[in-house]
Ligand binder design. Sequence first.
Ligand code: NAD
Length: 246
Amino acid sequence: MSQIADWLCEADQVVAFTGAGISTESGIPDFRSPNGVWATNRQIDFQEFLSSADGRYEYWRQKSLAHRAFHDAQPNIGHRVLVRWEQQGKLRGVITQNIDGLHQLAGNSVVHELHGTARDIACLSCSYRTPADPLVEQFLKTDLVPDCPECGRLLKHATVSFGQSLPEEAFEASVDLARTSDLFFVLGSSLVVYPAAGIPQVAKQSGARLVIINRDETPLDGIADAVIRSSIGETLAAIDRAMSAT
Ligand code: NAD
């Protein structure tokens, strides 16, 4: 821990790349752990959403139930340490695969959402976009998939489904941050979802130290400067304490 705290003291371009694992300590299940979302839900990819009314219903059903869990979730100590590092002028930005909005709720100001946000619903055909809460509650009451009130076409959470392309601006800004980073943290990602998982490799190839904090092994452990297989909240808090003590 003290080695990473020393790296943090030396660094001034710190970047955090986060996945579902940073939010499990806020009570939001990840995808691939034994009690994760895929253990209990069928995955609806973008093609199925577009082509099948049953697929859209199942998508809305899963997302609406998940939304209630999100809704009350609060940032945890891991999120809060990242805010502190930003306030200290260390952390340049957060690149997240998460769709829960907890980094912004905690207070980080530079957050690139690679997979969009579940806090909004957007039309796939026109520019209509609206907070998710009312439409989710409407679906849970009526059991009917809503249509766009502007153009009558398909409404979907403003998240990136499998098979859907990433928001270009967020991806490019993330690659830029990775290129200029001198210390890059991966926090709670299995690093198997591409192209997002390529971003830590860009940071490493550009000369950053790479630190992975993740309970399970990842395919990038072999190129990391440090790997810690432990709780993200406890580990970040311990690094933060060690940094304050130096
Ligand atoms: P993932 O489920 O594939 O991997 C999460 C990793 O975090 C696992 O390897 C697990 O070992 C680790 N982990 C879980 N809790 C941890 C903890 N407390 N401390 C340390 N490690 C912990 O998630 P991913 O890599 O983010 O990729 C899958 C996709 O999941 C993303 O595209 C994201 O959009 C989506 N997702 C997001 C949320 C969210 O927004 N909170 C929740 C579920 C899934």
